[in-house]
Write a protein that binds this ligand. Structure first.
Ligand SMILES: [Zn+2]
Length: 184
């Protein structure tokens, strides 16, 4: 829990909650990786599919974090869904930004890491394993149409603006009430 919280933090959290609910809508069950079925699914992804390795650099014997391939924010609107999550090491869990300030795709990020580590020859195998996890098999990510993706983006942005607006209202309301108290 952070100590300093801004309206934008709350709005971003609301967007992630929406992307989580939508992911669970497509999955048909909860994907809370902290307990129950969600936790078992996440363990399966780490152990069975990625063999306890970082999906990007293949590091082992380290603590693995959760990475959303299609980013879980207002840049890519990726859903919180088992097909969209892979285990990564702390070092790989930070996407670089492009010149236009948007984040690189997971494919470019993987390519960058393989080059950095002088393992360009490993790119294809790693790419194939991730692509397979995302696109087919038990945890395949839902294939949204262009219209559906646009709807997710519009609704998420609406939610973001609405939360920020409500904060502005809350502060304005307090200031107005406070004025009436001072009159007494
Ligand atoms: Zn790594």
């Amino acid at each position: 829990m952070s100590i300093y919280n801004t309206p934008a933090d709350a709005a971003n959290t609301a967007v992630r909650a929406f992307l989580t609910s939508l992911g669970e809508h497509y999955l048909g069950s909860s994907f809370n990786t902290g307990s129950g079925r969600g936790k078992r699914d996440w363990e399966k992804i780490k152990h069975n599919i990625f063999k306890n390795e970082c999906a990007y650099c293949s590091a082992t014997g380290i603590k693995l974090q959760m990475e959303h391939l299609i980013m879980f924010n207002r840049s890519e609107y990726g859903l919180h869904h088992p097909g969209n999550v892979v285990p990564v090491c702390a070092k790989c869990n930070s996407r670089t930004k492009k010149e236009d300030k948007t984040y690189t795709s997971w494919e470019d990020h993987l390519s960058f890491i393989c080059k950095e580590n002088n393992e360009k020859d490993k790119f294809f195998d790693r790419w194939t394993r991730i692509r397979k996890h995302l696109g087919e098999g038990e945890f395949a990510y839902p294939q949204l149409t262009t219209e559906e993706r646009a709807s997710v983006r519009i609704i998420a942005n609406h939610l973001y603006e609405k939360i920020k607006y409500e904060f502005h209202n809350a502060l304005t309301l307090y200031k107005e009430l406070d004025k009436t108290f001072n009159k007494k």
